[in-house]
Design a protein around this ligand. Structure first.
Ligand code: PMP
Length: 424
Protein backbone atom coordinates (compact mmCIF):
# COMPACT_ATOMS: atom_id res chain seq x y z
CA UNK A 1 0.00 0.00 0.00
CA UNK A 2 1.42 3.45 -0.86
CA UNK A 3 2.81 5.35 2.10
CA UNK A 4 0.03 8.00 2.31
CA UNK A 5 -2.73 5.36 2.26
CA UNK A 6 -0.98 3.37 4.96
CA UNK A 7 -0.52 6.43 7.15
CA UNK A 8 -4.21 7.35 6.78
CA UNK A 9 -5.35 3.84 7.66
CA UNK A 10 -3.02 3.74 10.69
CA UNK A 11 -4.44 6.90 12.19
CA UNK A 12 -8.08 7.26 11.04
CA UNK A 13 -10.99 4.80 11.30
CA UNK A 14 -11.71 3.74 7.68
CA UNK A 15 -8.69 5.87 6.75
CA UNK A 16 -10.85 9.02 6.61
CA UNK A 17 -10.18 12.17 8.63
CA UNK A 18 -13.69 13.63 8.98
CA UNK A 19 -16.29 11.00 8.09
CA UNK A 20 -18.26 9.58 5.16
CA UNK A 21 -16.67 8.49 1.83
CA UNK A 22 -16.51 4.82 2.85
CA UNK A 23 -13.81 4.18 0.27
CA UNK A 24 -12.05 0.83 -0.09
CA UNK A 25 -8.58 1.30 1.42
CA UNK A 26 -6.80 1.02 -1.93
CA UNK A 27 -8.86 3.92 -3.32
CA UNK A 28 -7.93 6.38 -0.56
CA UNK A 29 -6.09 9.46 -1.82
CA UNK A 30 -4.74 12.49 0.03
CA UNK A 31 -5.56 15.93 -1.31
CA UNK A 32 -2.99 18.66 -1.67
CA UNK A 33 -4.56 21.68 -3.34
CA UNK A 34 -7.64 23.02 -5.06
CA UNK A 35 -8.48 25.91 -7.36
CA UNK A 36 -11.85 26.72 -8.88
CA UNK A 37 -13.48 23.31 -9.34
CA UNK A 38 -10.26 21.30 -9.69
CA UNK A 39 -8.53 19.29 -6.97
CA UNK A 40 -5.06 17.72 -7.00
CA UNK A 41 -3.90 14.83 -4.83
CA UNK A 42 -0.41 14.27 -3.45
CA UNK A 43 0.44 12.08 -6.47
CA UNK A 44 -0.30 15.08 -8.73
CA UNK A 45 -3.50 13.54 -10.08
CA UNK A 46 -6.17 16.03 -11.14
CA UNK A 47 -9.88 15.66 -10.26
CA UNK A 48 -12.99 17.47 -11.46
CA UNK A 49 -14.64 18.39 -8.19
CA UNK A 50 -18.35 17.51 -8.04
CA UNK A 51 -18.46 17.56 -4.24
CA UNK A 52 -17.06 21.04 -3.62
CA UNK A 53 -16.36 20.12 0.01
CA UNK A 54 -19.92 18.82 0.43
CA UNK A 55 -21.23 22.04 -1.04
CA UNK A 56 -19.43 24.39 1.33
CA UNK A 57 -17.22 25.77 -1.48
CA UNK A 58 -20.09 27.03 -3.65
CA UNK A 59 -17.96 30.11 -4.32
CA UNK A 60 -15.19 27.87 -5.76
CA UNK A 61 -11.89 26.77 -4.23
CA UNK A 62 -9.39 29.53 -3.44
CA UNK A 63 -11.65 32.20 -4.91
CA UNK A 64 -9.39 35.32 -5.03
CA UNK A 65 -11.85 37.63 -3.19
CA UNK A 66 -12.12 35.08 -0.37
CA UNK A 67 -8.36 34.45 -0.20
CA UNK A 68 -7.73 38.20 -0.03
CA UNK A 69 -10.28 38.76 2.76
CA UNK A 70 -8.94 35.85 4.82
CA UNK A 71 -5.30 36.83 4.32
CA UNK A 72 -5.97 40.42 5.35
CA UNK A 73 -7.74 39.32 8.54
CA UNK A 74 -5.24 36.55 9.40
CA UNK A 75 -2.55 39.18 9.96
CA UNK A 76 -4.75 40.70 12.65
CA UNK A 77 -5.63 37.53 14.52
CA UNK A 78 -7.79 34.53 13.81
CA UNK A 79 -10.25 34.66 16.66
CA UNK A 80 -11.31 36.87 19.55
CA UNK A 81 -14.32 34.71 20.49
CA UNK A 82 -16.17 38.00 20.54
CA UNK A 83 -17.91 40.60 18.39
CA UNK A 84 -15.91 41.81 15.43
CA UNK A 85 -16.66 43.95 12.39
CA UNK A 86 -16.95 40.99 9.98
CA UNK A 87 -19.49 39.07 12.07
CA UNK A 88 -21.52 42.23 12.60
CA UNK A 89 -21.69 42.98 8.86
CA UNK A 90 -22.53 39.35 8.06
CA UNK A 91 -25.30 39.21 10.66
CA UNK A 92 -26.82 42.43 9.31
CA UNK A 93 -26.76 41.00 5.79
CA UNK A 94 -28.48 37.77 6.87
CA UNK A 95 -31.05 39.78 8.82
CA UNK A 96 -31.68 41.88 5.69
CA UNK A 97 -32.36 38.92 3.40
CA UNK A 98 -33.78 36.31 5.78
CA UNK A 99 -37.24 37.25 7.11
CA UNK A 100 -37.09 34.38 9.63
CA UNK A 101 -33.86 35.65 11.17
CA UNK A 102 -34.98 38.68 13.19
CA UNK A 103 -32.10 37.85 15.54
CA UNK A 104 -29.24 35.41 15.07
CA UNK A 105 -26.15 33.87 16.57
CA UNK A 106 -23.08 32.18 15.14
CA UNK A 107 -21.51 28.79 15.72
CA UNK A 108 -18.96 26.80 13.74
CA UNK A 109 -20.97 24.17 11.87
CA UNK A 110 -24.35 23.21 10.48
CA UNK A 111 -24.60 20.46 13.10
CA UNK A 112 -24.52 23.02 15.90
CA UNK A 113 -26.89 25.39 14.12
CA UNK A 114 -29.64 22.77 13.75
CA UNK A 115 -28.99 21.51 17.29
CA UNK A 116 -29.58 25.01 18.71
CA UNK A 117 -32.77 25.39 16.66
CA UNK A 118 -34.12 22.18 18.18
CA UNK A 119 -33.08 23.18 21.71
CA UNK A 120 -34.72 26.59 21.33
CA UNK A 121 -37.92 25.02 20.00
CA UNK A 122 -38.07 22.66 22.99
CA UNK A 123 -37.35 25.41 25.49
CA UNK A 124 -39.66 28.03 24.02
CA UNK A 125 -42.61 25.64 23.72
CA UNK A 126 -41.90 23.67 26.93
CA UNK A 127 -42.44 20.50 24.88
CA UNK A 128 -39.92 17.66 24.47
CA UNK A 129 -40.31 16.18 20.98
CA UNK A 130 -39.09 17.05 17.51
CA UNK A 131 -40.44 15.73 14.22
CA UNK A 132 -38.19 15.16 11.22
CA UNK A 133 -38.78 13.71 7.78
CA UNK A 134 -37.41 10.26 7.03
CA UNK A 135 -34.06 10.25 5.27
CA UNK A 136 -33.29 13.90 6.03
CA UNK A 137 -29.86 14.83 7.37
CA UNK A 138 -29.61 17.67 9.84
CA UNK A 139 -25.97 17.28 10.82
CA UNK A 140 -24.40 14.91 13.31
CA UNK A 141 -26.60 15.92 16.28
CA UNK A 142 -28.86 13.16 17.60
CA UNK A 143 -32.05 13.99 15.69
CA UNK A 144 -29.98 14.79 12.61
CA UNK A 145 -28.68 11.25 12.27
CA UNK A 146 -31.82 9.32 13.28
CA UNK A 147 -33.88 7.61 10.56
CA UNK A 148 -31.19 8.75 8.15
CA UNK A 149 -30.71 5.47 6.27
CA UNK A 150 -33.40 3.30 7.90
CA UNK A 151 -33.33 -0.29 6.70
CA UNK A 152 -36.14 -1.77 8.76
CA UNK A 153 -38.32 1.28 7.98
CA UNK A 154 -40.58 1.02 11.05
CA UNK A 155 -44.17 2.30 10.91
CA UNK A 156 -44.39 6.12 11.15
CA UNK A 157 -43.84 8.01 13.38
CA UNK A 158 -41.39 5.57 15.05
CA UNK A 159 -37.74 6.47 14.43
CA UNK A 160 -34.97 4.04 13.53
CA UNK A 161 -31.64 4.70 15.22
CA UNK A 162 -29.19 4.99 12.33
CA UNK A 163 -26.39 5.73 14.80
CA UNK A 164 -25.68 3.77 17.95
CA UNK A 165 -25.35 5.95 21.04
CA UNK A 166 -28.54 7.96 20.48
CA UNK A 167 -31.09 6.09 22.66
CA UNK A 168 -33.06 9.21 23.67
CA UNK A 169 -34.22 9.60 20.09
CA UNK A 170 -36.44 6.52 20.47
CA UNK A 171 -38.59 8.55 22.87
CA UNK A 172 -38.15 12.10 21.65
CA UNK A 173 -38.11 11.99 17.87
CA UNK A 174 -41.06 11.47 15.53
CA UNK A 175 -40.62 10.64 11.86
CA UNK A 176 -42.92 11.41 8.95
CA UNK A 177 -42.62 10.71 5.21
CA UNK A 178 -41.47 13.73 3.20
CA UNK A 179 -44.00 15.05 0.68
CA UNK A 180 -46.95 13.28 2.34
CA UNK A 181 -48.97 16.15 3.74
CA UNK A 182 -51.88 14.03 5.01
CA UNK A 183 -49.62 11.72 7.00
CA UNK A 184 -47.63 14.68 8.37
CA UNK A 185 -50.85 16.45 9.36
CA UNK A 186 -52.08 13.37 11.21
CA UNK A 187 -48.79 12.83 13.09
CA UNK A 188 -48.35 16.49 13.98
CA UNK A 189 -51.95 16.91 15.12
CA UNK A 190 -51.97 13.72 17.20
CA UNK A 191 -48.71 14.69 18.91
CA UNK A 192 -49.13 18.47 19.14
CA UNK A 193 -49.25 18.38 22.95
CA UNK A 194 -45.68 16.99 23.08
CA UNK A 195 -44.26 18.34 19.86
CA UNK A 196 -41.97 21.37 20.03
CA UNK A 197 -40.97 21.66 16.41
CA UNK A 198 -40.81 20.23 12.91
CA UNK A 199 -37.34 20.34 11.37
CA UNK A 200 -36.96 19.99 7.64
CA UNK A 201 -34.68 20.52 4.69
CA UNK A 202 -37.03 22.47 2.39
CA UNK A 203 -35.40 20.63 -0.55
CA UNK A 204 -34.73 17.28 1.12
CA UNK A 205 -31.25 16.30 -0.07
CA UNK A 206 -32.08 16.38 -3.82
CA UNK A 207 -35.81 15.66 -3.56
CA UNK A 208 -37.97 18.68 -4.34
CA UNK A 209 -41.08 19.51 -2.31
CA UNK A 210 -44.31 18.74 -4.17
CA UNK A 211 -46.41 21.84 -4.86
CA UNK A 212 -48.11 22.92 -1.65
CA UNK A 213 -46.09 20.65 0.67
CA UNK A 214 -44.03 23.35 2.38
CA UNK A 215 -47.00 25.73 2.56
CA UNK A 216 -49.09 22.87 4.00
CA UNK A 217 -46.52 22.11 6.71
CA UNK A 218 -46.37 25.82 7.55
CA UNK A 219 -50.16 25.91 7.93
CA UNK A 220 -50.27 22.74 10.06
CA UNK A 221 -47.57 24.16 12.35
CA UNK A 222 -49.54 27.39 12.70
CA UNK A 223 -52.76 25.51 13.47
CA UNK A 224 -51.14 23.24 16.07
CA UNK A 225 -48.75 25.73 17.70
CA UNK A 226 -45.68 23.74 16.63
CA UNK A 227 -42.57 25.66 15.55
CA UNK A 228 -41.26 25.20 12.02
CA UNK A 229 -37.47 24.90 11.63
CA UNK A 230 -35.85 25.16 8.21
CA UNK A 231 -32.45 23.50 7.93
CA UNK A 232 -30.99 25.72 5.20
CA UNK A 233 -27.45 24.45 5.69
CA UNK A 234 -27.51 23.22 2.07
CA UNK A 235 -30.21 25.41 0.49
CA UNK A 236 -29.07 28.70 2.05
CA UNK A 237 -27.36 30.99 -0.50
CA UNK A 238 -27.59 28.10 -3.00
CA UNK A 239 -31.12 27.87 -4.43
CA UNK A 240 -31.33 31.66 -4.29
CA UNK A 241 -29.40 34.35 -2.44
CA UNK A 242 -32.20 34.23 0.14
CA UNK A 243 -32.13 30.42 0.15
CA UNK A 244 -35.17 28.14 0.18
CA UNK A 245 -37.14 30.71 2.14
CA UNK A 246 -36.96 33.05 -0.84
CA UNK A 247 -37.06 30.32 -3.49
CA UNK A 248 -40.22 28.63 -2.18
CA UNK A 249 -41.74 31.65 -0.44
CA UNK A 250 -42.30 29.93 2.91
CA UNK A 251 -41.03 31.42 6.17
CA UNK A 252 -40.05 29.24 9.14
CA UNK A 253 -39.90 30.23 12.82
CA UNK A 254 -36.27 29.16 13.20
CA UNK A 255 -33.58 28.77 10.55
CA UNK A 256 -30.13 27.15 10.39
CA UNK A 257 -27.31 28.13 8.03
CA UNK A 258 -23.82 26.80 7.31
CA UNK A 259 -21.83 25.45 4.36
CA UNK A 260 -21.88 27.84 1.35
CA UNK A 261 -22.28 30.93 3.51
CA UNK A 262 -18.74 30.49 4.86
CA UNK A 263 -17.00 30.52 1.48
CA UNK A 264 -15.35 27.23 2.49
CA UNK A 265 -14.46 28.27 6.06
CA UNK A 266 -16.00 26.78 9.23
CA UNK A 267 -19.31 28.45 9.93
CA UNK A 268 -22.82 27.96 11.22
CA UNK A 269 -25.57 30.38 12.14
CA UNK A 270 -29.08 30.11 13.45
CA UNK A 271 -31.80 32.66 13.71
CA UNK A 272 -35.45 33.10 14.45
CA UNK A 273 -38.14 35.38 15.65
CA UNK A 274 -36.74 37.84 18.23
CA UNK A 275 -39.05 36.49 20.92
CA UNK A 276 -37.63 32.98 20.52
CA UNK A 277 -34.01 34.03 20.09
CA UNK A 278 -34.23 36.08 23.28
CA UNK A 279 -34.00 32.75 25.15
CA UNK A 280 -30.23 32.63 24.52
CA UNK A 281 -29.73 36.05 26.12
CA UNK A 282 -27.14 35.72 28.90
CA UNK A 283 -29.15 38.20 30.95
CA UNK A 284 -31.49 35.29 31.61
CA UNK A 285 -28.88 32.93 33.09
CA UNK A 286 -30.22 31.41 36.27
CA UNK A 287 -33.82 31.64 35.08
CA UNK A 288 -35.80 28.74 33.67
CA UNK A 289 -36.33 30.72 30.47
CA UNK A 290 -32.68 30.48 29.42
CA UNK A 291 -31.09 28.33 26.69
CA UNK A 292 -27.34 27.75 26.82
CA UNK A 293 -25.51 28.83 23.70
CA UNK A 294 -21.78 29.38 23.29
CA UNK A 295 -19.29 28.61 20.53
CA UNK A 296 -15.54 29.28 20.80
CA UNK A 297 -15.12 29.58 17.04
CA UNK A 298 -18.60 30.92 16.31
CA UNK A 299 -18.46 34.09 14.23
CA UNK A 300 -14.67 34.16 14.20
CA UNK A 301 -13.28 36.98 12.04
CA UNK A 302 -11.60 34.65 9.51
CA UNK A 303 -14.73 32.67 8.69
CA UNK A 304 -16.96 35.72 8.68
CA UNK A 305 -14.52 37.72 6.51
CA UNK A 306 -14.58 34.77 4.09
CA UNK A 307 -18.38 34.71 4.29
CA UNK A 308 -18.74 38.41 3.51
CA UNK A 309 -16.43 37.98 0.50
CA UNK A 310 -18.35 34.91 -0.71
CA UNK A 311 -21.69 36.69 -0.31
CA UNK A 312 -20.27 39.59 -2.33
CA UNK A 313 -19.59 37.12 -5.16
CA UNK A 314 -23.06 35.55 -4.86
CA UNK A 315 -24.73 38.98 -5.01
CA UNK A 316 -23.27 39.65 -8.47
CA UNK A 317 -25.81 39.99 -11.25
CA UNK A 318 -26.77 36.68 -12.81
CA UNK A 319 -25.15 34.33 -10.26
CA UNK A 320 -28.30 32.34 -9.52
CA UNK A 321 -29.57 32.25 -13.12
CA UNK A 322 -26.17 30.83 -14.01
CA UNK A 323 -26.18 28.25 -11.19
CA UNK A 324 -29.68 27.11 -12.16
CA UNK A 325 -28.82 26.99 -15.89
CA UNK A 326 -25.73 24.93 -15.16
CA UNK A 327 -27.65 22.58 -12.88
CA UNK A 328 -30.19 22.01 -15.66
CA UNK A 329 -27.36 21.48 -18.15
CA UNK A 330 -25.81 18.81 -15.94
CA UNK A 331 -29.11 17.07 -15.16
CA UNK A 332 -30.13 17.09 -18.87
CA UNK A 333 -26.69 15.77 -19.80
CA UNK A 334 -26.92 12.94 -17.26
CA UNK A 335 -30.40 12.05 -18.56
CA UNK A 336 -29.15 12.00 -22.17
CA UNK A 337 -26.23 9.69 -21.40
CA UNK A 338 -28.50 7.34 -19.40
CA UNK A 339 -30.90 7.24 -22.36
CA UNK A 340 -28.06 6.34 -24.72
CA UNK A 341 -27.29 3.42 -22.41
CA UNK A 342 -31.01 2.57 -22.28
CA UNK A 343 -30.92 2.78 -18.50
CA UNK A 344 -34.05 3.93 -16.74
CA UNK A 345 -33.16 6.25 -13.89
CA UNK A 346 -34.45 9.34 -12.15
CA UNK A 347 -32.37 12.51 -12.23
CA UNK A 348 -33.34 14.64 -9.28
CA UNK A 349 -32.13 17.94 -7.83
CA UNK A 350 -32.70 21.64 -8.29
CA UNK A 351 -30.41 24.63 -8.74
CA UNK A 352 -26.74 23.57 -8.68
CA UNK A 353 -27.54 20.07 -7.32
CA UNK A 354 -28.05 16.73 -9.05
CA UNK A 355 -28.48 13.09 -8.13
CA UNK A 356 -28.95 9.90 -10.13
CA UNK A 357 -31.33 7.28 -8.68
CA UNK A 358 -31.42 3.99 -10.57
CA UNK A 359 -35.16 3.49 -10.29
CA UNK A 360 -37.90 3.23 -12.88
CA UNK A 361 -40.38 4.89 -10.53
CA UNK A 362 -40.64 8.55 -9.54
CA UNK A 363 -38.70 9.60 -6.45
CA UNK A 364 -40.48 11.85 -3.94
CA UNK A 365 -39.41 10.65 -0.46
CA UNK A 366 -36.92 8.37 1.32
CA UNK A 367 -38.71 5.07 0.63
CA UNK A 368 -39.17 5.76 -3.08
CA UNK A 369 -35.48 6.74 -3.30
CA UNK A 370 -34.52 3.56 -1.46
CA UNK A 371 -36.25 1.45 -4.11
CA UNK A 372 -33.43 2.51 -6.43
CA UNK A 373 -30.59 0.09 -7.19
CA UNK A 374 -28.06 1.19 -4.58
CA UNK A 375 -25.43 -1.36 -5.67
CA UNK A 376 -25.42 0.22 -9.10
CA UNK A 377 -25.43 3.68 -7.51
CA UNK A 378 -22.35 2.83 -5.46
CA UNK A 379 -20.60 1.29 -8.51
CA UNK A 380 -21.33 4.50 -10.46
CA UNK A 381 -19.89 6.70 -7.73
CA UNK A 382 -16.75 4.60 -7.31
CA UNK A 383 -16.35 4.38 -11.10
CA UNK A 384 -16.52 8.16 -11.39
CA UNK A 385 -14.08 8.55 -8.51
CA UNK A 386 -11.62 6.22 -10.26
CA UNK A 387 -12.01 8.28 -13.43
CA UNK A 388 -11.01 11.50 -11.68
CA UNK A 389 -14.39 12.90 -10.68
CA UNK A 390 -14.14 13.80 -7.02
CA UNK A 391 -17.31 13.12 -5.06
CA UNK A 392 -18.51 11.48 -1.89
CA UNK A 393 -19.41 7.94 -2.92
CA UNK A 394 -21.68 7.60 0.13
CA UNK A 395 -24.02 10.42 -0.70
CA UNK A 396 -24.89 10.42 -4.36
CA UNK A 397 -25.46 14.18 -4.39
CA UNK A 398 -23.44 16.14 -6.95
CA UNK A 399 -22.64 19.76 -6.16
CA UNK A 400 -21.87 22.43 -8.75
CA UNK A 401 -20.35 25.80 -7.92
CA UNK A 402 -19.73 29.29 -9.26
CA UNK A 403 -16.45 27.91 -10.65
CA UNK A 404 -18.07 25.20 -12.83
CA UNK A 405 -18.99 25.71 -16.45
CA UNK A 406 -20.46 23.68 -19.33
CA UNK A 407 -17.02 22.43 -20.41
CA UNK A 408 -16.39 20.91 -16.95
CA UNK A 409 -19.84 19.33 -17.02
CA UNK A 410 -19.10 17.91 -20.50
CA UNK A 411 -15.82 16.43 -19.24
CA UNK A 412 -17.67 14.88 -16.30
CA UNK A 413 -20.42 13.54 -18.59
CA UNK A 414 -17.80 11.79 -20.75
CA UNK A 415 -16.54 10.02 -17.64
CA UNK A 416 -20.12 9.26 -16.63
CA UNK A 417 -20.66 7.66 -20.05
CA UNK A 418 -17.48 5.64 -19.70
CA UNK A 419 -18.41 4.51 -16.18
CA UNK A 420 -21.86 3.37 -17.30
CA UNK A 421 -20.26 1.31 -20.08
CA UNK A 422 -18.06 -0.36 -17.46
CA UNK A 423 -20.76 -1.11 -14.88
CA UNK A 424 -23.67 -1.97 -17.15
N1 PMP B 1 -27.88 20.00 7.51
C1 PMP B 1 -27.77 19.55 6.26
C2 PMP B 1 -28.98 19.57 5.37
C3 PMP B 1 -26.55 19.05 5.79
O1 PMP B 1 -26.45 18.55 4.55
C4 PMP B 1 -25.42 19.09 6.65
C5 PMP B 1 -24.04 18.61 6.18
N2 PMP B 1 -23.99 17.79 5.11
C6 PMP B 1 -25.58 19.58 7.94
C7 PMP B 1 -26.82 20.03 8.36
C8 PMP B 1 -24.44 19.59 8.92
O2 PMP B 1 -23.48 20.52 8.62
P1 PMP B 1 -21.98 20.34 9.20
O3 PMP B 1 -21.39 19.16 8.52
O4 PMP B 1 -21.35 21.66 8.88
O5 PMP B 1 -22.11 20.15 10.67
Amino acid sequence: MPDMQQRAVNVFPAGISNGEYGLPEDKIVVMEKAHGCTLWDTAGREYLDFSMAWGSCLVGHARPEVVEAVTAQAAHGSNYAYLNTHVLALAEEIQRISPAAERLRFCASGTEATMYCQRLARAYSSKPKILKFEGAYHGANEAGVTSLFPTKTPAYPAPELTSAGTPAMADYLLVAPYNDLDRARQIITENAGDLAGVIMEPLQRCTAPLPGFLEGIRDICNETGVLLIFDEVVTGFRLAYGGAQEYYGVEPDLIAYGKAMGGGYPIGAFGGRAQIMEWVSEHRIGGDDYVWMASTLGGNPISTAAANAALGVFRREGTYERLHDLGRYLRDGLAKVLMQHQITAQIIGDGPLAQVVFSADPVFDYRSTKKGDSTKGRALMLGLFERGVFLNPMGTKLYLSVAHDEAVCDAMLERFDDTLSAID
